[in-house]
Design a protein around this ligand. Structure first.
Ligand code: E4P
Length: 218
């Protein structure tokens, strides 16, 4: 299972890359806006820090515009994955860019039907947004289950399921249980994955007992 981190914050990315847990990064226009930094520079910097796929989203809404923007973004680095929305134009752009061997992440997926279209368009990744579905009272992880099951029926579908809009550690655990290839995790939630009170309690007890021995390892 691959872990991407869902942020455009360079400091966070640098720090988390050091954990050895980060296989890629996803950004979106809202995350880039939060940084207040120039888009292309930010993507170039992220690509230099993390060798895996780095999603950079187009902002044109017509296919030709998305293709032009996608080609420009793909020139930033070999590991750019151009992110396009799941619209008719987005999927046309996906097909063209995929045919040019550019990685494409089809984003804003909210149904199994949309995920089938993304796979047929040759997407490298499809991003179903589980948290935003949960927010509307719909079962986000149910969608992941449907997509994983459907894709397994068609070995010719090479699209990886990239679980997005993660809100808590159990989303990550459920995505793993269902066999999704990728989860993109906000930095705060990646930190939460490490935590368990019994780990802290157990470590404190071990260290207290060790101290009583008066020994050192080095
Ligand atoms: C991923 O590619 C998306 O940008 C992201 O997961 C959206 O998450 P949000 O619903 O928390 O904004």
């Amino acid at each position: 299972m691959k872990f991407f981190i869902d942020t455009a914050d360079i400091d966070d990315i640098r720090e988390l890359a050091g954990t050895g847990m980060v296989d890629g990064v996803t950004t979106n226009p809202s995350l880039v806006a939060k940084t207040g930094r120039p888009f292309a520079d930010t993507i170039a910097e992220i690509c230099a820090i993390v060798p895996g796929p780095i999603s950079a989203e187009v902002t044109a809404t017509d296919a030709d515009g998305m293709i032009a923007e996608g080609r420009k973004l793909a020139q930033i680095a070999d590991n750019v994955a151009v992110k396009v929305p799941l619209t008719v134009d987005g999927l046309r752009a996906c097909k063209t860019l995929s045919d040019e061997s550019t990685m494409v992440n089809v984003t804003l997926c909210f149904s199994a039907a949309q995920a089938i279209l993304a796979a047929k368009a040759g997407a490298t990744f499809v991003s179903p947004f589980v948290g935003r579905l949960d927010d509307t009272g719909t079962d986000g992880m149910g969608l992941i289950s449907d997509i994983v099951e459907i894709y397994a029926n068609y070995p010719e579908f090479k699209t990886e399921v990239l679980v997005a809009s993660i809100r808590h550690p159990m989303h990550v655990v459920e995505a793993a249980r269902l066999g999704a290839e990728v989860v993109t995790i906000p930095p705060k939630i990646l930190g939460q994955l490490y935590n368990h009170p019994l780990t802290d309690k157990g470590l404190a007890a071990f260290l207290a007992d060790w101290e009583k021995t008066g020994q050192t390892i080095l």
